[in-house]
Design a protein around this ligand. Structure first.
Ligand SMILES: *[C@@H]1O[C@H](CO)[C@@H](O)[C@H](O)[C@H]1NC(C)=O
Ligand SMILES: *[C@@H]1O[C@H](CO)[C@@H](O)[C@H](O)[C@H]1NC(C)=O
Length: 336
């Protein structure tokens, strides 16, 4: 019988395939039967990048603590080869990992943020929020929002003088994009002193619902994201007794927050044709439009979930360019 992989996965370079299998096996091994994650085991094969005081790719990084009692901190990516009279937008980034995995110092996220900071150019702030199952909803959302408040209120040593907090973008992928959306509408309801969220880069946001969508069924055993895995992630993220029609999961469903009257930043939604979550992401795009928000849809028909983490995939560099154009396009409307 011919192999039927072509229907659930595009042709991928061997390097990407090996890494994906490694991650898939890893995620399986660290999940205990009793619903907890074996973080000790996870740390044994976790790939970390240290901070770089000496610039790499024209970017230097430092880690800054917001609140040590909940291990809330961020990695700051500063472009060093940009002339100091160029005003830089600030991109606040939330990594993916199903709300349960990964951190800003994870090799692939460190690389992506470095890439975005260098390519745009922009100051990137990658937030280390609390993870499930140890911390459930709303810890992640609170950490996201509190990070904005901290940035608004704190004069940071070493924060570049040419970084403009009134040109702030929220960005996130997968669970991080779900988090960014939540922070975006919460931020729309308050007045910050100097910080202003003007745009959002929503990369393959992680949403769900009790009812399965066509793409979830078609790609149920696809790359990285499977129904079994996402069901587990929602279960350990949601308050006990809640189901996937909770407004944090089924964001466009009947329990959805009404954002029509809320200030919400101009958004680009990125969708991949081999991502089981694609139907929900398009629904999210439609819902934002129906709610009267400025939103743009970017489709990569051959992209798997998390494609942007793999620089060997052509869509990764296409995305970098698209994100850069978006930031420039939105910034131009707001620059003084
Ligand atoms: C789950 O199992 C691990 C290892 O067997 C144990 O250390 C942990 O306390 C258990 N947690 C719960 C909530 O049962
Ligand atoms: C959202 O929730 C409602 C029920 O509350 C359900 O009918 C609908 O199918 C859900 N949407 C998705 C995409 O799961």
């Amino acid at each position: 019988m011919p192999k039927k992989t072509s229907t659930v996965s595009p042709v991928l370079p061997w390097k990407t395939r090996i890494l994906l299998s490694f991650v898939t096996v890893g995620m399986y091994l660290v999940r205990r039967r009793n619903g907890t994650i074996n973080r000790r085991l996870l740390n044994m094969f976790y790939l970390k990048n240290p901070t770089t005081n000496k610039p790499q790719q024209g970017i230097k990084t430092t880690d800054i603590t917001i609140d040590s009692t909940r291990n809330l901190w961020f990695r700051l990516f500063i472009p060093t080869i940009i002339s100091s009279d160029v005003v830089l937008p600030v991109i606040i980034f939330f990594h993916g990992g199903g709300f349960a995995f990964l951190n800003p110092d994870f090799k692939y996220y460190d690389n992506v943020c470095r890439g975005i900071a260098c390519n745009t150019p922009a100051v990137v702030i990658s937030i280390n929020y609390r993870l499930s199952p140890e911390h459930r909803l709303p810890s992640q959302y609170d950490d996201g929002f509190d990070s904005l408040k901290f940035l608004d209120e704190t004069e940071l040593d070493g924060f570049p003088a040419n970084a403009d907090l009134s040109m702030c973008f929220l960005a996130g992928d997968s669970a991080g994009a779900n988090l960014a959306h939540n922070v975006a509408y919460r931020a729309g309801e308050v007045e910050f002193r100097r910080l202003k969220v003007i745009g959002q880069i929503s990369i393959q946001p992680f949403f769900g619902g009790e009812e399965r969508t066509a793409s979830e069924i078609r790609l149920a055993n696809g790359v990285l994201v499977t129904l079994k895995r996402t069901d587990w992630l929602w279960k350990v993220f949601l308050p006990e007794g809640e189901n996937r029609d909770h407004e944090a999961v089924n964001v466009t469903g009947p329990r959805a927050v009404d954002i029509r009257g809320v200030k919400y930043p101009e958004t680009m939604v990125v969708v991949g044709g081999f991502d089981p979550l694609q139907d929900r992401q398009r629904e999210f795009y439609d819902w934002l439009k129906r709610s009267g928000k400025e939103v743009k849809l970017i489709e990569y028909p051959n992209a798997i979930h998390a494609f942007y983490l793999f620089p060997e995939l052509p869509e990764a560099s296409q995305f970098m360019q698209e994100a850069k154009d978006f930031v420039h396009h939105v910034s131009a409307k707001f620059s003084k």
